[in-house]
Design a protein around this ligand. Structure first.
Ligand code: PLP
Length: 449
């Protein structure tokens, strides 16, 4: 494609390095320029409207263009645009949001620490878990277990827990302290005749065997998303989390629930931990915490996690950690306002009420002759297509084709392999869910033709 000299598309190619693209190919294709957003819609620079079927990056819960959030940001910027929380300083917005989160947590939590992204938060949880093990006099207890297809970000430790080859290859990841167990993809990997409960038991047995092989005294923590999202939306089968937690408790391994996508209503409860009966030591929150209007993430930790860390800082005289933007006043003020909107408008209830329709429409699309299966819970789901077997077809070709065809029909959704993933803003209505899936149905028909 050629772009006008000095157009935004041409300048983008000239100056910006983009994530998750083939950079050489990007020079030829460029990008779709999104100019503004309103509710569940975004508009490109030619004025075309799209349903944002992934809420940006699984994150814009309250929809685009919410004035209450821009007003909250302006108010805070006018009053105190920036201040830090280092070395005996603090400010109101970070305290207000920390108190709010401790009050909302589904299990007793002791402290909150703010960071700016999901990756940064997960990376820091690893560092704190190592610090904690040293504090407890267990310097060997440092290994971290994640899951294949799990996604926890891309910084060095978080990227190492992520279980996706594309986030490791040529980056020299994962770190050698990281291990991975299987993805709980019941539909895709159950043995013939295996029930969900038996599958979950097998997943837990695999985890237990790994912990025993490594040595329980060397394993610090297990990280898991309540619902695996960025790996392709895998909803845990019956009993999965109960079985996994029993193993972790048996060997004194911390459980870190990565709620970066599930948190704040995505699964039909405020937190994915509530939907699946998870009782974590640490919860990591981001994305819908501020509807991504500001970069913000939070680590919630229980006393079991926090107390040894506090003791160690007393022994050393200081906790030798801190980010310039931790607890940023504008980000935390926007986060608090965003959570108030989620509560006042009962967006968690909206998710719960509309989920049956959302899943029914997804299941309906899975009847299409190009489709293989579907997965989903709350307002997050995936439609998996049959892989293309034509000579020369690359893996993921079916997914790429449906993503492009859906875009043509005015829906932005994310292809992961051959699965097209949906995670619309929580403000979506029944009518809009209908319009979104009608458009995807037309997209499937276009490809089939
Ligand atoms: N954890 C989960 C579950 C995520 O889905 C993501 C991002 O998609 C991250 C962590 C990383 O967050 P960030 O992109 O803000 O670093």
């Amino acid at each position: 494609m050629t772009f006008m000299l000095n157009s935004i598309e041409a300048r983008d190619i000239a100056y910006q390095l983009h994530p998750l693209v083939d950079l050489r190919n990007y020079d030829k294709t460029g990008a779709l320029v999104i100019e503004r957003g309103e509710g569940i819609y975004v508009f490109d620079n030619a004025g075309r409207r799209y349903i944002e079927g992934l809420a940006g990056l699984w994150s814009v819960a309250v929809g685009f263009g919410e004035r209450r959030l821009s007003d909250a940001a302006k108010r805070q910027m006018d009053q105190l645009s920036y201040y830090h929380i280092f070395a005996h300083k603090t400010h109101g917005p970070s305290v207000d949001l920390a108190e709010k989160l401790i009050g909302m947590a589904p299990v007793p939590m002791s402290k909150v620490h703010f960071t700016s992204s999901g990756s940064e938060a997960n990376d820091l949880v690893v560092k704190l878990a190592w610090y904690r093990s040293n504090a407890l006099g267990k310097p060997e207890k440092k290994k971290i277990i994640g899951r294949l297809k799990g996604y926890h970000g891309v910084t060095i430790a978080a990227g190492s827990i992520t279980g996706l080859p594309r986030n490791h290859e040529s980056f020299d990841l994962p770190l050698d302290r990281m291990r991975h167990v299987s993805c709980p993809d019941y539909v895709g990997s159950a043995l013939p005749g295996e029930s969900e409960a038996a599958f979950s038991r097998r997943m837990a047995d695999e985890l237990e065997a790994l912990i025993l092989a490594e040595g329980p005294d060397t394993v610090a923590a297990f990280f898991g998303e309540p619902v695996m999202a960025s790996g392709g939306v895998y909803v845990p089968p019956e009993n999965y989390w109960a079985e996994i937690q029993a193993v972790l408790r048996r060997y004194d391994v911390l459980l870190v629930a990565d709620e970066v996508i599930c948190g704040f209503g995505r699964t039909g409860a405020m937190f994915g931990c509530e939907t699946f009966g998870i009782e974590p030591d640490v919860m990591v929150l981001s994305k819908q915490i501020s509807s991504s209007y500001m970069p913000l993430s939070a680590i919630l930790m229980n006393a079991n996690f926090y107390e040894p860390i506090a003791d160690e800082s007393a022994r050393l005289g200081v906790l030798g950690h801190g980010y310039t933007a931790s607890g940023h006043p504008v980000a935390t003020a926007v986060g608090l306002e965003n959570i108030q909107i989620i509560e006042e408008r009962d967006l968690v209830g909206n998710c719960r009420r509309l989920s049956p329709l959302f899943l029914e429409r997804l299941a309906g699309l899975a009847e299409h002759r190009l489709a293989k299966t579907w997965r989903g819970v709350g307002l997050i789901g995936a439609l998996e297509l049959k892989p293309w077997t034509a000579p020369g077809a690359k893996p993921g070709a079916a997914g790429a084709a449906i993503q492009a065809a859906a875009l043509e029909q005015g829906v932005i959704a994310r292809a992961i392999g051959d699965s097209l993933c949906f995670c619309p803003p929580l403000i979506i209505t029944a009518e809009q869910i209908g319009a979104m899936f009608d458009a995807v149905g037309r997209a499937l028909d276009t490809i089939a033709a």
